[in-house]
Every structure is written in structure tokens, then in C-alpha cells.
Design a protein around this ligand. Structure first.
Ligand SMILES: *[C@@H]1O[C@H](CO)[C@@H](O)[C@H](O)[C@H]1NC(C)=O
Ligand SMILES: *[C@@H]1O[C@H](CO)[C@@H](O)[C@H](O)[C@H]1NC(C)=O
Ligand SMILES: *[C@@H]1O[C@H](CO)[C@@H](O)[C@H](O)[C@H]1NC(C)=O
Ligand SMILES: *[C@@H]1O[C@H](CO)[C@@H](O)[C@H](O)[C@H]1NC(C)=O
Ligand SMILES: *[C@@H]1O[C@H](CO)[C@@H](O)[C@H](O)[C@H]1NC(C)=O
Ligand SMILES: *[C@@H]1O[C@H](CO)[C@@H](O)[C@H](O)[C@H]1NC(C)=O
Ligand SMILES: *[C@@H]1O[C@H](CO)[C@@H](O)[C@H](O)[C@H]1NC(C)=O
Ligand SMILES: *[C@@H]1O[C@H](CO)[C@@H](O)[C@H](O)[C@H]1NC(C)=O
Ligand SMILES: *[C@@H]1O[C@H](CO)[C@@H](O)[C@H](O)[C@H]1NC(C)=O
Ligand SMILES: *[C@@H]1O[C@H](CO)[C@@H](O)[C@H](O)[C@H]1NC(C)=O
Ligand SMILES: *[C@@H]1O[C@H](CO)[C@@H](O)[C@H](O)[C@H]1NC(C)=O
Ligand SMILES: *[C@@H]1O[C@H](CO)[C@@H](O)[C@H](O)[C@H]1NC(C)=O
Length: 747
């Protein structure tokens, strides 16, 4: 069986390659021949008439093109605006000196030429694969296949020297075998390589679209061509003609023409999301989708389209920034980003919050727009002149800002339709809004008054003793007395141990809470102090993550100056990067969560060192035991003989080991953690959570236990004392101040 399976690909490919070497003989075209734009029916055709070279008309311009079924696959001078456009009396002249040139009839101006004069060209031919060649005898001097414009045909060999171009867009094959799409020969908005299982360095890669619809990379160092893309109708039908084209919208596509069909069908596109093509909507244009297609709009009424008939031409300011010194303001665009691709990625990146991202741009003279990604990275990109390309979609977490001359005149979203409809319904709408607003204000005022009067009554005022309205409005931390808290939390500190079912619910609830902070909040919040004390439970054991005293949008620029005294968080739950000079990211929370999860399973402190744990830190010991298959030894013995889902326990243990990996990049995201806990995602075998953790327990200067300030317990409560929210949670699960770092599920 084996020889057969290795033989088959060889056979397949040799049969596919055959047409390259067996191109049909072509009709010879001799010098002194001319084609005229005025008689488009006159063409030079391939022997079996599949392809022809002649004039076509696009809009008011005339082009000399090799066509398939009337569809241009090569165009003299390209299709760039102005590139190959000729007038109605133009001619394509194959001169006696061997030069092929396209000349405007009115002026005699040369629009395009092959530059083959004096090279012995004695004839030309268009073959049945679509290759138009200028020959010296039988030696090819120049061909359309070697000088492609925007299309690659089957049997055409596209090398690293070739380029497809369409407007400002270009497509290249890199020596590495990567395919790239660029805008204006600078912005690289698509770069796709061979999959990582290829490690060989290529020698002279070339790209080809095979007639069955696969895009392959050829190279002497590859034993068989590597497949880069499949058209969706790959290997279907016998009479299908397929080709690869760089469209004027900047996307690279595979098209199919079924025999007898009058049109081509898109079968594959390099950039699945058209709005991610840089510059698709022109400068300052914002790309979004209606139900069916990408559409282009201006960011606000501070802008107007450059060409009202063609929204893809982009937008221009009604008032230039230079003309309004001092009154510049930032227009906010929610769910929008300005595309940022190499090479401009690195230079203008900052780590700041959303509004700061806008303000930074406002105060920077050269900045014209900015984007806060809000995807958990805290990244802010400042965009400099000259060109910005926007994308807006409800699915985008990003918020963007554009510098405009004040006031910012936002696009009317909902109202647009209504105004268009009729002004009477607009009036009705305004009245409804006004009435609702008035009623809400009255209700709120009444409620406020009631609350103000009754704020000291025990029924309504459970949490209000120190809850001054002024303090609340000022944004300062709200203070609660311990009594209030006891009442509010019903003083759940009686901490008998939890059942497994309940622990798992806490673990999952906590993970979901952190996922929300990391991934779903508008501004990514890194909590910085995930620990059991900061997990609050309601009466049905729904977990809530609390205590944002330490949470912040982390600025990695800070980390260089970060001193040990500035380390936040709590010993035992602190990710190793707090102690090294690495940036703090959401992955630091993952580490802390992993430690909490391990405690939930084991009922023991993660950094506990005892004879029972072989004088190793519990988390390290647990990994070794887990490796040995001793899951029972890790699990809290107080779960005892009660029934519990062993598979779930093992999942939780594995997830915890993934979370406490030393390398932040090795740790999963919180969203992934949720999926792993729920059993939606397979869990791979976790590597040992070694190095830093062991280092930190080895008594070196990196020993986290040396920083006693992290372990400082919350102050002992007295019924009269009041204290801030960030301190309360210690008492919700474990009331004893001395055990402030221990929780109900540990002893
Ligand atoms: C092309 O035409 C010119 C004059 O019209 C003539 O001198 C020349 O010999 C012709 N060349 C060929 C290859 O027919
Ligand atoms: C040829 O004519 C076309 C159509 O009038 C025009 O757009 C183009 O600029 C002309 N090309 C040259 C080189 O004069
Ligand atoms: C054309 O081909 C012939 C034969 O191969 C060769 O002798 C001649 O030099 C070529 N002409 C030019 C201009 O290269
Ligand atoms: C013309 O020739 C090409 C290449 O040999 C072949 O693929 C195609 O089917 C032929 N077309 C017709 C109409 O014979
Ligand atoms: C196309 O033309 C070039 C140059 O004449 C030649 O080298 C190449 O083999 C041709 N390709 C095919 C597929 O005929
Ligand atoms: C494509 O062209 C390159 C360079 O001319 C050559 O090395 C390679 O063999 C060709 N590939 C195919 C499949 O014809
Ligand atoms: C394209 O790049 C050139 C410089 O390489 C620049 O002068 C030109 O303005 C750019 N085009 C656009 C539309 O930004
Ligand atoms: C090739 O593409 C891959 C992504 O597919 C990318 O990671 C890699 O950096 C690219 N290589 C080059 C040389 O651009
Ligand atoms: C990588 O490419 C090879 C060869 O084409 C293929 O066998 C393998 O499945 C690919 N791997 C992935 C992850 O796509
Ligand atoms: C590929 O090329 C790079 C840079 O020239 C070199 O460092 C690397 O060792 C090469 N890899 C192989 C597998 O030859
Ligand atoms: C393209 O052709 C197919 C079948 O030949 C037809 O169903 C479809 O409507 C056509 N599309 C357009 C845009 O003409
Ligand atoms: C979406 O936009 C395209 C292009 O502007 C337009 O042709 C199409 O009718 C629009 N569809 C809807 C549902 O508005």
C-alpha cells in the first residue's frame, strides 16, 4: 500500500504540470501589423480562439488587452488610473523594429510600449494558454506571462521578480515564499506564509494557479508543490476556467468561469474581511458593512466626500486643522479603528486608557487620528499624516478619535432615516423622547428625595451610613462600616467546607468575571490582585470578582521604573513578572487565578511548604504528584468520600497548571480558561510550572516572601470602624483578620 500512496501525488502533479510544456502552437503575427480601437472586432487570437488580443472599452477609456471571453486578463500599461487608458482613435502597433506600442490617435502620444526594438523580434504569437509572446525566430524575447498586470492564468509562472498591480495595490511573492499585498508600495496589509511545518529555505520560489483551482508554490527544494489556497470549487467540473486576480479593491481573488457562463464567480479571497484592506475607502474613509457589502462613509459631518459619486475616493475636511488654531477637538468614533499595519505599527504605539488616547492625539501637533484598541492590550495608536483608513463595526471593541475643527458634528445614525422619511414623524419622535426624559427626571428626583429622607432608616439605609452623596458624586471610594457589610453580605463566614460542585461553580464564575474584565469591558481592566479574599459569593454561591483597589490600565513604560516597593498584589498569587522587569498584562491575572484555582481544588495554600509536600511549595509538589497520577493526594481531603466529578477535578488541576506557567505567553487567556473548565476545549498536557516559582521559594533575593508588605493583613475590624471597599472582602469569606489571606475553602 505504501508505494501507492507516495506515487500518487507525483503522478498527479506531473499531469498538472504537463500543459506548461505542451502549449499549443500559436498563430504568428508579423511586424507592421496594427490593431485599431475604432474596430474592436479586429483581434489577434490564439489558435483555438480561447484568448484574443484587441481593444476593449471600459467606461469612456479604451484599453488594449488579452481577453478571455471578453474579460481582460492582461492589459497593456495596466489598469491604473491613466496607466493604459487610450482614446477612441488609438492603435496598437507591432512595429517593424520589433517594438509593440499603444499610441493615442489624437496626439500620437505613446501610452505604453514593450521596449523590444532592436532585439531581433521577428514575430509575435498568442498561444492557447493566453501567453502573448514576441519572438526572435523561435526564441521568446518578451511575453505577457512574464509581464503580468493584475491577473495570473493557469500555466503562468509568477516569480519573485513579478508583481501584480491594480491602482495603488500590489501583490508580491517574497523569496521566503510568503505572499504579500501592499498599499502604495508601503503599507503591508496582508502577509501569508507557508504553514509552520515548512522549515526549508526556498531557493527560487514561483507561484502558479493550477487549472483545478489550487494556488501552489513551486521550488526546487520542495519535493512537491506546496498548496497555499484552494478555490471553493476546487477540482469541480471539467470545463471551468480559473484565474487569480488582484482586484481594484485591493483583494486578491480566485475566480471561476464555467463553460458558457457570461460572468465569473469569486471562489477565494485573500482578505476575508474587505474592510481590512488598507485604503479601501480612501483617505479618512470609514469602511463598514450594510447587510451585503462593504460601504464607505466619512467619519462625521466635519468631512465631505472627495467624489460624491464614488465613496471609495475618501473624504476631506471641510475646514483644515491649520485653519482653526486652538479650536481643534477630537471626534469620537465608537467601535471603530484606524487600520495599522507594518511598517507603521511600531513607531506610534502607546499604552494608555481610552480617553487619554484621544487627548494624546489632540495635544500632539502631528497626530491626526488615534485608535484605542480596548482589546485587553491597552494599546493606543497615534496616526500621523498623510493617510488614514478606517473600519467601523459593532463587533470591534476599539474606540477611535479624529482631530477636527470644533465642534465635532457626528454623523446622524438613527435620525438619518427619520429625517428622510418626513419631518412630522421626527417631531413626534422628539416629543416622545422629551416626555420620557421628563418622567425619568421626576422619578429620579422623587427617588432621591425619598432616599435622602430615609437614609438612616434601617430598612433602606443598610449600606448608607457613610454613603454621602457628595462623596459618591466625587468619584471617591465609597466607605462602608463593618456593620453594613455584615448586613449586606449576611456575614457568610461560618466557611464549613464547600462541596466540589460548589467549588467548581466558584471557579467558573470567577473565571467568567475576569473574562469580562479582560475581554468584554470597554476598557481592558487588569485586576492585579486576584485572590480568594477578592471573590465574593451570593447566597447561591455565584462568584463575583471584587476589589479594584489595585486594578489599573497597565502602562508597560512604567515597568522600567517599577521598584519592588511599588509591586502590587498579594504574595502567593503574584505572577513572576511582578518581580522581573517584564510588563504586567492581563496574563498576570491569569497566574493569580491559577493559584486560586489550585487552592479551590486542594484546600491548601499554594505556597504552603511542609513535610507533607516534601518541603516543596505546594504548587510544585502538586504538579509532581499529578504527573505521578496521584490526583487524590492533591484534592482537598475534606471533600472526602462525597461523590464528585473526577474528570472535572482533573480539568481544573490541569487548567491551574497552565495558568501558573512562568512565561506569560504560555498562559491561556481567561476566555480560554472558561472553555477549558467547561470542557469545550481540549486541554493539552501542561508543562511543569517551574523556574520562577521554584526560584521564589529558594530564598534568593527574588523570594517573594521577603516582601512582607504584600502579606499585610487587612486591619482588624471593630464594629465602629469604617473602611474602604477594597478592604472589605477579606471578611466576607474569612472574617478573622489574622487569617485575612486564608479563605473558607482552606483551613
Ligand atoms: C514594414 O513596412 C515598412 C514600410 O511600410 C517596410 O519598409 C518594411 O520592410 C516592413 N517590414 C516588414 C518586416 O514587413
Ligand atoms: C491618451 O488618451 C487618453 C484618453 O483621452 C488619456 O486619458 C491619456 O492620458 C492619453 N495618454 C497620453 C500618454 O497622452
Ligand atoms: C536573434 O536570434 C538569432 C538566432 O538565434 C541571433 O543570431 C540574433 O543575434 C538574435 N537577434 C538579436 C537582436 O538578439
Ligand atoms: C484551447 O486550448 C486550451 C489549451 O490547450 C484548452 O485548455 C482549451 O480547452 C481549448 N479551448 C477550446 C475551445 O478548444
Ligand atoms: C510564455 O512566454 C514566455 C516568454 O516567451 C515563455 O518563456 C514561457 O514558457 C511561456 N509560457 C507558456 C506557459 O507558454
Ligand atoms: C518558474 O520560473 C522560474 C524562474 O524563471 C523557474 O526557476 C521555475 O522552474 C519556473 N517554474 C515553473 C513551474 O515553470
Ligand atoms: C504614495 O506614496 C508616495 C511616496 O512613496 C507619496 O508621495 C504619495 O502621496 C502616496 N499616496 C497616497 C495616496 O498617500
Ligand atoms: C510569512 O508569513 C507568516 C504568516 O503566515 C509570518 O509569520 C512571517 O513573518 C512571514 N515572513 C516574512 C518573511 O514576511
Ligand atoms: C502544512 O502543510 C503540509 C503540506 O502541505 C500539510 O500536510 C499540513 O497538514 C499543513 N499543516 C497545517 C497545520 O495546515
Ligand atoms: C535559512 O536561512 C537562514 C538565514 O540565511 C539561516 O539562518 C537558516 O539556518 C537557514 N535554514 C535552513 C534550514 O537552511
Ligand atoms: C453569473 O452566472 C450565473 C450562472 O451562469 C448566474 O446564475 C448569475 O446570476 C450570474 N451573475 C451575474 C452577476 O450576472
Ligand atoms: C449595500 O451596499 C451596496 C453597495 O453600496 C448596495 O449595492 C446594496 O444595495 C446595499 N444593500 C443594502 C441592503 O442596503
Amino acid at each position: 500500500m505504501k508505494p501507492k500512496s507516495t506515487l500518487f501525488p507525483g503522478l498527479l502533479f506531473s499531469s498538472l504540470l504537463l500543459p506548461i510544456f505542451a502549449s499549443a502552437a500559436a498563430h504568428n503575427i508579423l511586424p507592421n501589423s496594427t490593431l485599431y480601437a475604432s474596430t474592436p472586432t479586429q483581434t489577434w487570437t490564439s489558435p483555438n480562439t480561447t484568448f484574443s488580443l484587441g481593444f476593449i472599452t471600459v467606461g469612456s477609456a479604451h484599453y488594449a488587452a488579452v481577453t478571455y471571453n471578453g474579460f481582460p486578463v492582461w492589459t497593456a500599461g495596466g489598469t491604473d488610473s491613466g496607466g493604459g487608458a487610450a482614446d477612441s482613435s488609438a492603435s496598437l502597433q507591432f512595429l517593424s523594429d520589433g517594438n509593440l506600442r499603444l499610441v493615442n490617435g489624437s496626439s500620437g502620444a505613446v501610452v505604453w510600449q514593450s521596449d523590444t526594438a532592436g532585439r531581433g523580434v521577428s514575430s509575435a504569437a498568442l498561444d492557447d494558454s493566453g501567453n502573448f509572446t514576441l519572438l526572435n525566430g523561435s526564441v521568446p524575447i518578451w511575453s505577457t506571462f512574464e509581464n503580468p498586470t493584475d491577473t495570473i492564468l493557469p500555466t503562468q509562472n509568477f516569480t519573485t521578480d513579478n508583481v501584480l498591480a491594480s491602482g495603488l495595490y500590489s501583490f508580491h511573492l517574497l523569496p521566503s515564499g510568503n505572499l504579500t499585498l501592499k498599499w502604495n508600495n508601503s503599507i503591508l496589509y496582508w502577509n501569508s506564509g507557508l504553514n509552520s511545518s515548512f522549515t526549508t529555505n526556498l531557493t527560487s520560489p514561483s507561484l502558479g494557479i493550477q487549472s483545478i483551482g489550487i494556488l501552489s508554490l513551486f521550488d526546487p527544494s520542495l519535493s512537491s508543490p506546496a498548496v497555499l489556497a484552494y478555490s471553493s470549487d476546487y477540482a469541480e467540473g471539467n470545463d471551468v476556467f480559473r484565474f487569480l486576480k488582484l482586484d481594484s479593491d485591493g483583494n486578491l481573488r480566485i475566480y471561476s468561469y464555467a463553460q458558457g457562463s457570461q460572468n465569473s464567480t469569486e471562489r477565494w479571497a485573500a482578505v476575508a474581511d474587505q474592510c481590512l484592506v488598507f485604503g479601501y475607502c480612501g483617505n479618512f474613509g470609514i469602511c463598514s458593512y450594510n447587510e451585503t457589502s462593504p460601504i464607505c462613509e466619512c467619519p462625521s459631518r466635519n468631512f465631505e466626500p472627495i467624489d460624491p459619486k464614488d465613496s471609495r475616493q475618501g473624504c476631506k475636511r471641510k475646514v483644515e486643522i491649520a485653519d482653526c488654531p486652538g479650536s481643534g477637538t477630537m471626534l469620537q468614533l465608537d467601535h471603530a479603528k484606524f487600520l495599522t499595519y507594518p511598517p507603521e505599527v511600531a513607531s506610534q504605539v502607546f499604552f494608555v486608557g481610552i480617553s487619554a488616547c484621544g487627548l494624546n492625539c489632540l495635544v500632539s501637533g502631528s497626530c491626526i487620528a488615534s485608535t484605542s484598541l480596548s482589546d485587553g492590550t491597552g494599546l493606543c495608536y497615534l496616526k500621523l499624516p498623510d493617510f488614514v483608513s478606517g473600519y467601523q463595526s459593532p463587533a470591534l471593541p476599539s474606540t477611535s478619535f479624529v482631530k477636527v475643527c470644533g465642534p465635532a458634528l457626528e454623523n446622524p445614525p438613527l435620525l438619518a432615516g427619520i429625517t428622510k422619511g418626513n419631518s412630522r414623524s421626527l417631531q413626534a419622535w422628539i416629543i416622545v423622547v422629551a416626555v420620557i426624559a421628563t418622567i425619568s427626571v421626576l422619578v429620579m428626583f422623587g427617588g432621591g428625595l425619598l432616599w435622602w429622607c430615609c437614609r438612616n432608616s434601617p430598612r433602606l439605609g443598610a449600606l448608607s451610613a457613610q454613603y454621602a452623596l457628595i462623596e459618591y458624586a466625587s468619584g471617591a471610594p465609597v466607605q462602608f462600616s463593618f456593620k453594613d457589610l455584615q448586613r449586606a453580605t449576611k456575614d457568610k463566614q461560618s466557611g464549613q467546607s464547600f462541596s466540589w460542585e460548589c467549588r467548581f461553580k466558584i471557579a467558573l464564575g470567577t473565571a467568567k468575571g475576569i473574562t469580562y474584565l479582560h475581554e468584554e469591558c470597554r476598557d481592558c481592566i487588569v485586576h492585579c490582585d486576584i485572590k480568594p479574599e477578592n471573590i465574593l459569593l451570593d447566597e447561591t454561591y455565584n462568584a463575583k470578582v471584587s476589589d479594584f483597589g489595585l486594578a489599573k490600565l497597565v502602562n508597560p513604560k512604567d515597568h522600567r521604573e517599577r521598584t519592588l516597593t511599588s509591586v502590587r498584589g498579594t504574595r502567593g498569587y503574584l505572577a513572576p513578572e511582578w518581580l522581573s522587569n517584564l510588563p504586567i498584562t492581563s496574563k498576570s491575572d491569569i497566574y493569580s487565578y491559577g493559584m486560586v484555582l489550585l487552592e479551590l481544588v486542594s484546600g491548601r495554600r499554594n505556597f504552603e511548604v511542609s513535610a507533607e509536600t516534601n518541603h516543596k511549595k505546594f504548587s510544585i509538589w502538586a504538579y509532581d504528584e499529578f504527573e505521578r497520577g496521584n490526583v487524590k493526594g492533591i484534592v482537598d481531603e475534606r471533600l472526602g468520600d462525597c461523590e464528585f466529578d473526577m474528570e472535572q477535578v482533573i480539568r481544573a488541576i490541569q487548567v491551574s497548571f497552565w495558568c501558573i506557567q512562568e512565561q506569560p505567553s504560555q498562559r491561556p487567556t481567561m476566555g480560554k480558561v472558561v472553555q477549558m473548565l467547561e470542557g469545550i476545549t481540549e486541554i493539552e498536557k501542561p508543562p511543569p510550572p517551574k523556574a520562577a516559582i521554584e526560584g521564589s521559594s529558594s530564598g534568593t533575593s527574588m523570594d517573594i516572601s521577603a516582601f512582607s508588605n504584600f502579606a499585610a493583613p487587612a486591619p482588624a475590624p471593630s464594629s465602629s470602624s469604617s473602611f474602604r471597599t477594597r478592604e472589605i472582602s477579606s471578611f466576607v469569606l474569612g472574617r478573622n483578620a489574622e487569617r485575612a489571606t486564608s479563605v473558607s475553602f482552606t483551613t
